[in-house]
Design a protein around this ligand. Structure first.
Ligand code: ADP
Length: 588
């Protein structure tokens, strides 16, 4: 056989094979079948009902996926599988682990029905338009439906705007805010006094400014700390729930974090979304902003690509607010701007993880530059000394220690995030264990981020042991070193001082069971971005405000300097989101 005819035979065989695969008839044993697959928070269990020739229904009977982040996948994927009679549906962006679990659990259940997986894996046509754009003009147009964008939207209405549109490129709203730990720094005299915590707005200012290496714009820092508590009260007025206890999170430097009661950042997003929609605001998801329109020196609108793939022009009669977040999910852009900040290109490990949602890619910053805006502090990025799925029992620092793989402490746990991250890079494998005891485990065994602790133990994210010796064995750390480290730490609790300069003290670590969570630094926040003034007006390359253009949240720079305090990001998005909304609503 000639070479050519051999290949054409193989080709024809492949063609016949592929046609058989895709035209395979779906034949089921009618019945109800259960399937399970590991998701983000634990197993996702589904019940699939089939008739002779059809998937009749897919019902999620049990799951522990994070509220707010996985909602869209939980709600839409079972319906899509049934509508398409196929498990080859797309993952929901931003919820890929949950999406995979739903699809794989459905496949597992369907195997029991005797159907061939090929027959229920037919390619699915691309989704039609998800939300039809009805309005292309409003007084205020906001780019991004994270915390800053939603706060700006609500505030614009409260300050007289008659119409506000928020454009969001992802299928779901919430951005990084909905995944955040939920901590909000604000001097809260009432609650702090009840816990005997001394604090002041000046102290918050000094810690923020000095904790950022005195790089930030002092006026912006002042605006942040002076308006933070009002933002807490404002959210409460909109229905947000807060924990009674004021705490401190990794890198917050002081116990002044107001902790949301709802899991992660869901309380902020749900509260703000509800308020925004009640005002009559419109949110268009799957709508990606692609350019900022500057006509004769005034920003008048943006271009965006909607769910149908067509480009649309949106007009903001009074103003455009950029609230598109940072770019820590775009490591190329991070590296592009790194120079001589805390992290230089050589200090950033290749392939470093990030804690961000996949949409944190920063293209709007580049669009702002094209539209005449200036940027600031782009070389300053933040690593969180723990990746997103490794918070463990607590994000507070009062009652924990960090030990390296030799069982030794090496850094103050209440220190700056950059100091902890850099010190961690110098340890074995660039990793550490957070160690805590059972005193901080609440009766409902929920973590500070409202995750189910037992589920984390089951997944081996958190290791539990009755004694410290047993814990050391389980995590492969020298037992003598770990017990000696804990003993020394407990003596330091009595003295309220140690060799690392730790300031925040509460309990000893002495009541079993004991817990260990493996952690390592991950890209987390980009401190640089669009330059603004204290009115959230965007500053142009000529040093003057760009008429019609406002910005708030992680897309901006100049507030946190070279290192952001843990818990200051949520304060930032609420404070500056409100200011941007107010000033855009009143722009001439
Ligand atoms: P912040 O904390 O500053 O509010 P978030 O990350 O919470 O930032 O929210 C920013 C939102 O902006 C995200 O939901 C993100 O998907 C959205 N976004 C980013 N770029 C664009 C874009 N080009 N068009 C529309 N939305 C965008």
């Amino acid at each position: 056989m000639g070479k050519k005819s051999f290949f054409s035979l193989i080709f024809s065989l492949l063609l016949i094979l592929s046609c058989t695969v895709f035209s395979a008839e779906a034949v089921f044993k009618p019945g109800k079948y259960l399937g399970s697959y590991e998701g983000y928070g634990g197993p996702v269990k589904v019940e699939v009902t089939t008739s002779k020739d059809k998937i009749e229904s897919v019902v999620i009977v049990e799951h522990k996926e994070s509220k707010g982040i996985s909602d869209h996948a939980i709600e839409s994927l079972p319906k899509e599988i049934v509508a398409n009679q196929s498990v080859a549906v797309d993952y929901v962006a931003g919820a890929s682990k949950s999406s995979k679990a739903i699809i794989e659990a459905t496949k597992e259940a369907l195997k029991f029905s005797g159907v061939s997986i090929a027959a229920i894996s037919k390619p699915v046509a691309k989704k039609a338009v998800e939300n039809v754009i009805l309005d292309k003009e409003a007084e205020v147009v906001v780019v991004g439906a994270g915390g800053a964008g939603l706060a700006a939207g609500v505030s614009a209405y409260e300050n007289g705007a008659k119409s506000v549109i928020i454009l969001e490129k992802m299928p779901i709203i919430g951005g990084n805010t909905v995944r955040a730990g939920g901590a909000y720094n604000a001097v809260n005299p009432k609650k702090q006094k009840a816990q005997g915590i001394e604090d002041s707005i000046d102290k918050h200012f000094t810690q923020t400014y000095e904790g950022g290496n005195k790089v930030a714009n002092q006026k912006l820092v002042r605006t942040l700390v002076e308006n933070a508590m009002d933002g807490v009260d404002w959210l409460e007025g909109l229905g947000m729930k807060w924990n009674e206890k004021i705490g401190s999170v990794v890198g917050s430097m002081w116990p002044r974090t107001n902790q949301a009661t709802d899991p992660l950042g869901t309380g902020y997003i749900n509260t703000l979304e509800k308020a925004f929609l009640q005002h009559g605001g419109k949110i268009y998801t799957n709508t990606k902003v692609t350019g900022i329109i500057n006509k004769n020196g005034r920003v008048t609108g943006v271009t965006a690509v909607g769910a149908d793939g067509k480009e649309v022009e949106f007009v903001g009669k009074k103003g455009i607010i950029l609230a598109s977040g940072g770019y820590a999910a775009n490591s190329e852009m991070v590296r592009e701007f790194l120079s001589d900040g805390v992290y230089t290109k050589d200090k950033l490990p290749a392939g470093i993880e990030n804690t961000n949602h996949p949409g944190a890619t920063g293209e709007v910053i580049k669009m702002a530059l094209d539209a005449g805006a200036d940027v600031i502090d782009m070389k300053h990025i933040q690593l969180l000394p723990m990746p997103a799925d490794r918070f463990g029992p607590t994000i507070n620092v009062e009652n924990v220690i960090f030990v390296n793989k030799d069982g030794n402490r090496y850094v103050r746990e209440d220190g700056r995030r950059d100091e902890i991250s850099l010190a961690t890079f110098a340890q074995k494998d660039g990793q550490y264990y957070m160690i805590n005891d059972s005193k901080i485990i609440p009766p409902d065994r929920k973590t500070t981020s409202a995750e189910d602790l037992d589920e984390l133990i089951r997944k081996n994210t958190v290791v539990e042991a009755a004694t410290l010796e047993e814990l050391a064995k389980k995590i492969n750390v020298p037992a003598a070193a770990l017990t000696a480290t804990v003993k020394k730490f407990n003596e330091s609790v009595d003295k309220k001082s140690d060799e690392f300069g730790r300031d925040i003290w509460e309990n000893k670590i002495d009541k079993g069971p004991f817990y260990a969570t493996l952690r390592f630094p991950a890209l987390h926040h980009t401190m640089g971005g669009v330059k603004i003034n204290e009115n959230a007006e965007v500053i142009g390359k000529d040093g003057k405000a760009v008429p019609g253009l406002f910005a708030a949240g992680e897309v901006t720079g100049g507030i946190h300097g070279a290192n952001r305090l843990g818990g200051n990001a949520i304060a930032d998005i609420i404070v500056f989101g409100r200011i941007a909304g107010k000033n855009a609503a009143n722009a001439k």
